[in-house]
Design a protein around this ligand. Structure first.
Ligand code: UD1
Ligand code: CA
Length: 424
């Protein structure tokens, strides 16, 4: 079946109270909310439409830079979730497959769940399927209202709900699968006679019932997955849920996490067996960590980091966009950015790769070949290469390439002035 996805990302996200960042570009461990949703659909959907509106330029740039078969569609002004989908209708005029609709602010949904959802839609010969779940505290979500025979009736938004309807704990996840050919006409017929004066996407349920379509709900057991992000507090909760899920996965794969309560590891990190992650470590973005490594305590991997086997990245070490080959140690208090470190390299405490020139705004690379030893408190001013086996004396500032097996040292000679203190 040909599946196309529509991701709603035009809303203002008023409740986030953000001046600078559209809601869907807020991040969980180095990845945007929208990025999570797009990553989850890109393997099975043939094309993605991201509806943009608020901060449209930024969202558009993000989509263009990162997702090949996704395109953005402008919704301006933003008149509601149903209106948002109607913006995509012209692009789908002759399409006759499934359209999966998701919200850009619901990043915890898993790819497997979406596949199960589509399979359910297919197996039940549904024309329209909505994902629902049970929340002990359903406040702010649309409520799923059922008929006496338990079949679907409609979805009622919090702001439109009677107190009886508010007591319903089955909520709308905001994820739908439509047989496009059968449901597309709904979008020209939605009305905005509700508390918010918006065209609600949720009204397609009652529309489908009126048209005698086969309308079903897929009830998701793990309600965490559809947790929507509307506020900073929601963002923090979602980050916790995501992190817990990730840490469980790594432990299952044979990674020791000494203290799950203080460790943060992104979904897009791969970690080899028998690696130990010590407390207060924060790993964001995409990274690969090998086997038998020791990371932390208090290490920060910022993405684009590749660490081979038997590597130590010790306390208060920050690493960004760098490759560290096997048996290398970066023990303490260092910054390694835009660098390549060979095998058996030793980095003394307090070593800094000075990768950024704030005047030209250019970032440059530091390359340390196999068996290089860097003394403590060294600054490696990039671009710079230290060839195989060379040593750098403690406290040096290295501004030129160093030949193999050499000793480089920029330290001022030590002077000892006898009895200087007594004379003073
Ligand atoms: C929506 C659903 C609600 C559901 C909840 C699940 C509607 C009317 N309500 O409520 O039933 O329980 O999601 O999380 O659909 N957006 C646009 N254009 C607009 C308005 C919104 O693109 O004109 C986008 C937003 O950027 C967001 C998504 O649609 O990504 C959902 O909008 P939001 O305002 O967050 O809806 P909720 O109140 O959460
Ligand atoms: Ca929402």
């Amino acid at each position: 079946m040909n599946i196309k996805s529509v991701i709603l990302a035009a809303g203002k996200g008023t409740r986030m109270k953000s001046e600078t960042t559209p809601k869907v570009l807020h991040q969980i461990m180095g990845k945007t909310l929208l990025g999570y949703v797009l990553d989850n659909v890109k393997h099975f959907s043939s094309e993605e439409f991201v509806v943009v509106g608020h901060h449209a330029d930024e969202v558009e740039k993000f989509v263009k830079d990162n997702y090949e078969h996704a395109q953005t569609v402008l919704q301006s002004p933003q008149l509601g979730t149903g209106h948002a989908v109607s913006m995509v209708c012209p692009y789908l005029e002759n399409f006759d497959g499934f359209v999966l609709i998701l919200c850009g602010d619901t990043p915890l949904i898993k790819e497997e769940t979406l596949k199960d959802f589509i399979e359910f839609h297919n197996n039940t010969n549904s024309d329209l399927t909505v994902m629902s779940t049970i929340f002990e505290n359903p406040t702010n979500y649309g409520r799923i209202i059922r008929e006496k025979d338990n079949s679907l009736k409609c979805i009622v938004e919090e702001k439109d709900a009677t107190s009886e309807q508010k007591a319903v704990k089955e909520v709308n996840a905001g994820i739908y699968c439509l047989n496009w050919g059968k449901v597309k006409n709904a979008f020209s017929q939605l009305k905005s006679n509700n508390a918010q004066g918006e065209y609600y996407l949720t009204d397609i349920i009652s529309w489908g019932k009126e048209q005698n379509l086969n309308v079903n709900a897929f009830i998701l057991e793990n309600s965490d997955e559809i947790y929507g992000i509307n506020s900073r507090s929601n963002l923090a909760t979602a980050t916790k849920i995501m992190n817990k899920r990730n840490l469980e996965k790594y432990m299952e794969q044979g990674v020791t996490i000494v203290d799950p309560d203080s460790t943060w590891i992104s979904e897009d990190t791969k970690i080899g067996q028998d690696t130990i992650i010590y407390p207060a470590t924060y790993i964001e973005g995409k990274n690969i960590i090998g086997k038998n490594c020791k990371i932390g305590p208090c290490a920060h991997l910022r993405g684009g980091v590749e660490v081979c086997d038997n590597v130590k990245v010790g306390n208060f070490v920050e690493v960004k966009k760098s490759k560290i080959c096997s048996n290398t140690n970066v023990g303490h208090l260092s910054y390694i950015g835009d660098s390549e470190l060979g095998q058996r390299v030793n980095i003394g405490a307090g070593t800094i790769t000075a990768n950024y020139d704030p005047i030209s705004k250019i970032k440059s690379k530091t390359i340390l070949k196999d068996d290089v030893k860097i003394g403590s408190n060294t600054v490696l001013v990039a671009p710079v290469t230290v060839e195989e086996g060379a040593n750098v004396g403690a406290g040096s500032v290295i501004t030129k390439d160093i030949t193999d097996w050499a000793l480089a040292i920029t330290r001022a000679p030590l002077r000892v002035i006898e009895n200087w203190v007594k004379r003073k």
